[in-house]
Design a protein around this ligand. Structure first.
Ligand code: ATP
Ligand code: MG
Length: 489
């Protein structure tokens, strides 16, 4: 790709970017949220048209007319935001967009069989007939990967493929990438997890504000240098957790159970505390958060808020009591994509901003502007529709909305998923500030360094049960992993 330019109203997303990838290579694409990574790859995959520049495939200039054309040329992309059709089955999603068989008929048995085989090769057992909408984010991600491997791919773009995956699945994915590159497939890999960059990449390109900053061999660059190239400045402390002595109990759970997902889970959460929740995929972490947020009803167990037993009456009730959930799947559950940044941020605060049935527009604007400034949300204006923001900036909008609502307990399910390194530190600082103000945070995270670095205590779930409760200070990754795997420590 040479001299690629692309503008959107109010934003220059790509300002003459050049980028190349070779057969059998993993080329990592790095940059802060909104740097232009996804836009560049959407142009390659035919999803967006470029304003200027040239694309060469095997040295030949090509005109990529659309996604179908790109697919036929062997270009596959796994989008950052999942793109599967929820009501179709896993097998149907994998087969989607392919030519039908002879006589225009679909052989469902063959389709199911093929899907099962492909997922098996990725090390995941999913019934191919399950509707995709019933799968968790991580499993949907694996279906996306299986789909991309269809046919004879020449270039596979992975836009944050591991953001929803846990250690074991990431391992499977990396093994798949190795098999692909050994066959001469070129892989473009986008991720905000710096430890992955050095593990999978051969070369790395850094974008900043829509411009090409550097391309280096992975062996010739350090993580520190890359972070500096991305941010344009030095970033020091990674996990600046400032622990404060915990105050009175805010939230207590006893014997929480829900058939098939949670068994007898109990804990307390105090003012000023960050309680980390670790575990493998399917361990019950998200389910725990959903029950606490009133989104799912427990079959048994009790929840106390400020020492008072509360009846689960749904999310609205939980929010009114000061408990809010930052969901794992922001696209489906955290945002109204078609609405402006301003409306999304102000949504849960609307009752506070309303006088005699009329929303105070100026107060709403001020509230949204303050959050956009504090979280450094990259948007041309408050009126921008959230669907047009980059993935990481969408995540910041979800966070902004609950910060503005001023709740007591924040249940954060993968809060820094898809967030760039510099912004991560900002979010950690924010968590420090919130706990210093006496709020409490329950943080689910698949990134062990984050769990260890930011929590005060860690709950480890394994197959729906509480496997361990560990003091974070002095704990090791091995300790947490062993508990997560259900081994006695
Ligand atoms: N359809 C669109 N309409 C308007 N602006 C857009 C659109 N798509 C992207 N942008 C803007 O272009 C810029 C680059 O976005 P892009 O999604 O490429 O960033 P990114 O590097 O992938 O970031 P992230 O790490 O957060 O995913 C951002 O400022 C974004 O808001
Ligand atoms: Mg992106």
């Amino acid at each position: 790709m040479q001299g690629i330019r692309k503008s959107f109203p109010g934003v220059v997303a790509l300002d003459g970017v050049s980028f190349d990838v070779r057969a059998g290579e993993v080329h990592v694409l790095l940059g802060e949220n909104g740097a232009g990574k996804s836009t560049l790859m959407k142009i390659l995959s035919g999803a967006l048209a470029k304003d200027a520049g040239e694309i060469l495939l095997g040295g030949e200039p090509v005109h990529i007319s659309g996604p179908r054309d790109a697919h036929q040329r062997g270009i596959r992309i796994i989008y950052q935001e999942l793109n599967l059709v929820p009501h179709l089955s896993v097998a149907e999603n994998i087969a989607l967009g392919r030519e039908p068989g002879r006589f225009g008929l679909v052989d469902r048995r063959a389709q199911d069989q093929e899907a099962r085989e492909r997922l098996g090769r990725l090390g995941v057992a999913i019934d191919p007939r399950t509707p995709v909408g019933e799968l968790g984010v991580a499993r949907q991600q694996m279906v996306e990967v299986a789909k991309a491997l269809e046919g004879e791919p020449r270039i596979i773009v992975m836009d944050e493929p591991t953001s929803a995956l846990t250690t074991t699945e990431i391992h499977e994915l990396f093994a798949t990438i190795e098999r692909l590159t050994a066959r001469g497939v070129a892989v473009v890999y986008i991720s905000h997890r710096m430890e992955e960059v050095t593990r999978v990449g051969h070369r790395v390109t850094v974008l900043r504000d829509g411009r090409h900053v550097a391309t280096r061999a992975i062996s010739e660059v350090t993580v520190g240098e890359l972070v500096k190239l991305m941010a344009g400045r030095e970033l020091t402390e990674h996990f600046p957790r400032r622990r404060t002595p915990p105050g009175e109990e805010i939230l207590r759970a006893e014997g929480l159970s829900r058939a098939g997902v949670l068994h007898d889970v109990g804990f307390t959460l105090r003012r000023g505390e960050i309680l980390g929740v670790a575990g493998l995929m399917g361990a019950g972490r998200t389910e725990l958060a959903r029950v606490l947020a009133g989104a799912d009803r427990p079959d048994a167990g009790r929840i106390y808020l400020h020492g008072r037993l509360i009846a689960a009456r749904g999310p609205r009730d939980a929010i009114r009591r000061g408990v809010a959930l930052l969901p794992e799947d922001r696209k489906a559950q955290g945002l109204v994509l078609g609405l402006a940044v301003r409306a999304n941020v102000a949504l849960p605060s609307t009752p506070r901003l309303t006088r005699l049935g009329v929303v105070d527009a100026e107060a709403e604007r001020a509230l949204a502007q303050r959050q956009v400034d504090e979280l450094r949300i990259r948007t041309p204006s408050l009126a921008q529709r959230v669907v047009n923001l980059s993935g990481g900036n969408q995540q910041k909008v979800v966070l902004a909305k609950w910060l503005a609502a001023d709740v007591d307990v924040l249940l954060m399910d993968e809060p820094t998923r898809g967030i760039d390194v510099a912004a991560k530190v900002e979010i950690y600082e924010l968590m420090n500030r919130l706990t210093a103000e006496g709020k409490a945070i329950l943080m689910i995270s698949s990134e062990l360094p984050e769990v260890l670095g930011m929590s005060d205590r860690i709950l480890v779930l394994s197959r729906g049960r509480l496997a361990a409760e560990i003091r974070a200070d002095g704990a090791t990754q091995e300790q947490v992993l062993a508990a997560a795997l259900g081994q006695a420590s």
